[in-house]
Design a protein around this ligand. Sequence first.
Ligand SMILES: Cc1ncc(COP(=O)(O)O)c(C=O)c1O
Length: 430
Amino acid sequence: MTTEDLLHRRHEALAPSYRLFYDDPVHLVRGEGVHLWDSDGRQYLDCYNNVPSVGHCHPHVVSAIAEQAGTLNTHTRYLHDGVVTLAERLGSRLGGDLGSAWLQCSGTEANDLAIQVARAASGNNGVIVTEHAYHGNSTLVRALSSNRHSGSERPDWIQVVDPPNTYRGQHRSDDAATRYADQVAEAARVLSRHGHGVAAILIDCSWDAPGVLTAPDGYVAQAADHVWEAGGLVIADEVQAGYCRLGTNFWGHERYGLLPDIVTMGKPMGAGHPVAATVTTPAIAAAFADQRSYFNTFGGNPVSAAAANAVLDVIEQEDLLANVTNTGEVLRAGLESLAHDHELIGNVSGAGLFWGIDLVTDRDSRQPLSPELTQGFITALRNNGVLMGAAGVHGNVVKMRPPLPFSKDNATHALETLAIVLSDFAAHVG
Ligand SMILES: Cc1ncc(COP(=O)(O)O)c(C=O)c1O
């Protein structure tokens, strides 16, 4: 069967709302570590996928899944060691008394539950989110994913604040942290005026969809204080930022010294197996339990728990946090050097193994490269055997987010390929 045949069948059989990367889609058939292979046997360096967190098809995760699937798979209404161990391990990695967990199958479900829990615990209804954020696709969470709909579609229990973007945003000077946090205080006042009060702020400490940002010092703490003063809870969405992604710390919120009330996580937890979690304090969990029970058929089943425990084993055994931190410094230096040499790069932001390269047509005006040309850039990378993606409010940010075992040699390879494409592209665009 050719790729064209498969494309045709996919078009016929899957709903048209699905999108593929690349006009000429990549037909992957195998993965190992940080590499992928297509149906023609072509190898790619994976600089995009965070879900295979410990590397594609890691043997420890594969055998943990296979062994558990061949032994028993039920659900959380029977006693089983796997899910309890997983919840304990997550709790031991979180600060304060965060240690009461619910298990799900997707980040969407984790965030959806977190909002319900925050409402139950606070007695309030309103939620503050960041402009152009993505938090999932249920009816509740899609409404909070401000990159999925226009402002006029927003119900009045949602208030949206700017992402703390000091390169493109409206606040770029020394007081940017306070100015952006002031928007959170104002959002809280508006929610109170509308009679909703503040149930929560939902915050992704990697600001992935708005372009992979680093917040100015003090922003997260001030924003959280405004929410707590209004009687709301702080929910850290760690679906992107968690699991070592930003280096130095296991969680994105730790980078900002934040102790959230609720933490949600998903994508990297099972290295491809669908596992997600919402974790909070026993007091907040009890406030929710007073109102209702919770059951999720597949969430926390023994096979999912085995996958998630195996991922944590690999992170510990291979010291992947140190790898992310060290390789991240190679990427930081290399990307800054590329930015120095290539006018097409307006800005580089990120940390660890999560970077956004903001492409511009003019450095002074910061005019973003069009989304079409940015896609052309990503396709050129793919044609050179390197997979990256796009993000950002203007669709002009090249997103680099490889599996956690990405080595310094892999980083060098990615940087060399970026240099080739940047040079070719400058000639082409110019
Ligand atoms: C920050 C963030 N939160 C939540 C989600 C939703 O996760 P899922 O696709 O597993 O429902 C995503 C997915 O991309 C995400 O990036």
